[in-house]
Every structure is written in structure tokens, then in C-alpha cells.
Design a protein. Structure first.
Length: 233
């Protein structure tokens, strides 16, 4: 199997789905709205260059977990679907064409994102992607405990998730593809033979230069991705 592993926020989506969820939680009476604001602020501070991606991920997950503690899981799922109905307007124009093109190359396309799994689900469905992994939260009796079970945005987490989900599957990593925009994607891009850094943050850009990975932006990304195949003919 050849995988195409795609990040979501900042790569296929112009923004942070995690931030959109936190913003919605901050307006939800059943939640700890103050913690939701803290989670949203972590993303804003990262965007402003005040904190690193690692710090943002750690602060966001802790505050997000606190914000939803005690909330019914089904309530969060319903909120996520409402959020996606608005947020989907911010998909990059290249998102769907890229997924379609990768599938035409016989790639198994999957999303691996630090954003909540329940908002990633409708996004994956719209993009025609069957495999996706985002942040997940522990439940007890149908309510959220606040404990984060899977935290893909933490450094090194995405690679471990890939290793776990492919442990019984033979993957041709040399022929596989990955694209991401932040330092949390470095370990994934390191695993594949075709890597693209999309509008990368500072750390990923430095790593891409050292590894000779392709660097793309929203204007040339489809062209840059196709070149990954042509260069191996």
C-alpha cells in the first residue's frame, strides 16, 4: 500500500479547525467557556509567533480538555457538524483536486490532524477521504472526561500514530507521499519518499531546506506535488 498522508489545518484548510471548535465552545453554556478561550488564545499566540507549535499544542489540548469536561459526547459531535458547515468555506481551492489526483495515482489518502476527530470526520467525508485521525477524548457513561487520548499535534505523535495504524499492513514508504505545514509534520515527512512542505512554519522550512524537500504555497502546490512523481520517472 502507498499512503498519501495529509495534514489538515494550514495545509488543506485555511485556518485551524481546532480554533473554530474552541470558538464555538466559548459560546456554549454547557462548557467551561473560560477554558475554551484559553484554548483559542493558544492558537492566536502561535499564529502571532509568541509561542512555538509544541507549546501551542500542549496548551491547547490541556485547555480544550478542561473546556469539554462533563459535556455529553453526542453534544460535542453535533457542535462539530455545525462548525464544519461554516468552516468548510475555508477549504483551500487545491484541497479536493489534490485528493482526487492522489487517488488517481493509486494512493491511499488519509488525514492526520491535530484538530478534534469529530470535526475532522465531516471534513474527510466532503473530501472523499475514508481514513482520518484527529484528536480524541476519553469518555465515561457518554460524557467527556477531559482526558485527551490521542494528541496528533504533539511532537513525534503523528509518526507513532502511523506506526500503530499500519502495524498489520505492508506500506511502501519510499513510494508514499506526505504534506504538512508545521514542525509536527516533520516526522511524517521523514517517513516518505515524496515530501512537500506547504507554506511551512520556521522550523519546518529549515528542515525542508536541509532534507531537500519540495516547498509549495497555495498558488503552486498542485504543480509541486505532480513534480514529485515526474522526478522519479
Amino acid at each position: 500500500m502507498k499512503l498519501a498522508v495529509l495534514d489538515m489545518d494550514g495545509t488543506l484548510f485555511n485556518g485551524f479547525l481546532a480554533g473554530d471548535m474552541a470558538k464555538a465552545l466559548a459560546r456554549t453554556a454547557e462548557c467551561d467557556t473560560a477554558s475554551a478561550e484559553v484554548a483559542l488564545d493558544a492558537i492566536h499566540r502561535y499564529q502571532a509567533g509568541v509561542i512555538s507549535h509544541d507549546e501551542c499544542a500542549s496548551d491547547f489540548y490541556e485547555a480544550y480538555g478542561q473546556a469539554v469536561t462533563g459535556l455529553r459526547a453526542v453534544t460535542l459531535d453535533e457542535l462539530a457538524h455545525r462548525v464544519w458547515k461554516k468552516s468548510r468555506l475555508h477549504l483551500f481551492g487545491h484541497a479536493k483536486p489534490l485528493v482526487t489526483w492522489l487517488q488517481a495515482q493509486q494512493m491511499t489518502v488519509c488525514l492526520l490532524s491535530g484538530s478534534p476527530d469529530n470535526v475532522l470526520r465531516p471534513a474527510a467525508r466532503q473530501l472523499g477521504i475514508k481514513r482520518y485521525w484527529g484528536m480524541t477524548l476519553a469518555q465515561a457513561g457518554g460524557h467527556l472526561t477531559g482526558r485527551v487520548e490521542r494528541a496528533p499535534a504533539l511532537r513525534g505523535a503523528k509518526s507513532k500514530i502511523l506506526e500503530h495504524i499500519t502495524r498489520t499492513t505492508s506500506v511502501d514508504w519510499a513510494s508514499s507521499f506526505a504534506m504538512g505545514d508545521s514542525s509536527s509534520d516533520i516526522d511524517v515527512l521523514d517517513k516518505v519518499g515524496r515530501a512537500v512542505a506547504f507554506e511551512p512554519d520556521g522550523e519546518l522550512r529549515q528542515t525542508a531546506e536541509k532534507r531537500s524537500w519540495a516547498v509549495a504555497d497555495r498558488h503552486d502546490v498542485l504543480h509541486r506535488c505532480r513534480l514529485q512523481w515526474q522526478s522519479r520517472v
